[in-house]
Design a protein around this ligand. Structure first.
Ligand code: NAD
Length: 360
């Protein structure tokens, strides 16, 4: 079914509040998840909410928490997310980093112990909007590994996203935002819910054999996702573990750390002011020329035009704002079920009915 962004935000806000969040926090979570859906990343949209709500109810996610500064030294800032909603604490930590860039032209911010921060591009977009360049290395702890190392046959890593973004030079910012696995786990969940196979060379089963069946990620023993780009994606995933997990103090995927089936992110963000490197106008002109050159490549057969990172999200966003957000039946059923657990009538809320929230 197609649902309007407003209706989805109503559903998410009510469910978060029913699970203990104050209204501003619930609204931030709703805005972030629905924005991920608008950008086409259904893997990081409202389909995440049942997991968030269960974690909020049993304390693996701490509601109404805020980012706490652990230490500051020169251009380095260390922030604890206190297991709060990533949608809140990653925004706060990124805003703290942005506020410090004018001092030295750069801020290197390590955020540790944040509950799932969702689409990393959302935080890079804040840096872009401030006129800055940023790079973000992220690892994921709190649950068993789900990504196999290159050449291995079982999971030892997480989907460890990397993101880099430039300021908006006119057509929307270039934002490269990607999991280091060939597909995000949420994309396997979406494929399973739709009953579709995943792309080739994205998964192995529990015996280490290649498969396109997303169900292997939801069975015991579990299969594993594969890194993108063979040894190169694997290498970047390891770097994310080391920079986001080890350097921040938030911990890595190695088995000495608690695994309570939660999704906790650590992120190392490097935020730069282009003006600290020289004339920003010259940087902008060179960047624009390069982007124009690259995208002028004659498109391959079946390709409408060459895009830049960030373009697919903008194109999808414009379409979904016009037409509504497609939500598959299984994702919707998951929201309805968890809504019932916290006393929220999701179907009524989506219809806009005032009586959507029932007493628990
Ligand atoms: P993806 O493969 O859909 O896109 C990756 C990047 O490639 C994007 O920047 C996109 O703009 C760009 N791109 C796609 N098609 C393109 C084209 N034709 N031309 C030029 N550029 C193109 O993304 P993904 O790897 O599935 O990741 C999805 C989301 O999941 C990301 O937002 C990521 O941050 C998030 N994620 C979060 C976590 C977490 O723990 N918080 C973990 C993994 C992934």
């Amino acid at each position: 079914m197609l649902i309007s962004p407003e209706a989805l935000r109503r559903v998410v806000t009510s469910m978060c509040m029913a699970a203990g969040s104050q209204a501003p926090e619930a609204a931030q979570v709703a805005a972030n998840l629905v924005e991920a859906n608008l950008c086409g990343h259904d893997s990081h949209g409202v389909g995440m909410l049942p997991r968030y709500i269960h974690s909020a109810l049993d304390g693996r996610l701490q509601v109404n928490r805020h980012a706490r500064i652990v230490s500051e030294s020169g251009a380095v800032l260390v922030v604890d997310g206190c297991r709060g909603y990533g949608q809140v604490v990653a925004r706060e930590a990124t805003e703290l980093a942005i506020a410090r860039v004018p001092r030295q032209g750069v801020c290197v911010m390590a955020l540790r112990n944040a509950h799932h921060i969702g689409r990393v591009g959302a935080w890079a977009a804040l840096c872009s909007a401030a006129g800055y360049v940023s790079m973000h290395y992220v690892n994921v702890v709190g649950h068993a590994p789900i990504v196999a190392p290159f050449g291995g046959t079982d999971a030892r890593l997480a989907t460890n996203p990397f993101c880099a973004a430039l300021p908006d030079l006119g057509d929307g910012p270039v934002i490269l935002d990607m999991a280091t696995s060939k597909i995000a786990l949420g994309k396997a969940r979406v494929a399973m819910h739709k009953g579709e196979p995943v792309p080739p060379e994205a998964l192995i089963d529990a015996q280490g054999r290649p498969t396109r069946d997303p169900n292997v990620m939801y069975q015991s023993p579990q299969g594993a996702l594969l890194p993108f780009g063979l040894h190169k994606g694997y290498g970047l995933a390891v770097i994310c573990e080391l920079l986001a997990g080890a350097l921040s103090g938030g911990g890595t995927a190695q088995p000495a750390h608690v695994r309570d089936n939660s999704a906790v992110n650590n992120m190392l963000s490097i935020v730069l002011d282009p003006a600290a490197f020289g004339d920003p106008a010259a940087f902008h002109a060179e960047a624009r020329a390069l982007m124009a050159y690259v995208t002028a490549s004659p498109p391959a057969e079946g390709v409408a035009r060459v895009l830049l990172p960030g373009d697919p999200e903008r194109i999808c966003r414009a379409q979904r704002l016009r037409e509504g957000i497609p939500v598959d039946d299984n994702t919707w059923a998951g929201l309805v079920q968890v809504g019932a657990e916290v006393g929220v009538d999701v179907d009524a809320l989506a219809r806009g009915a005032a009586q959507g929230t029932r007493a628990r």
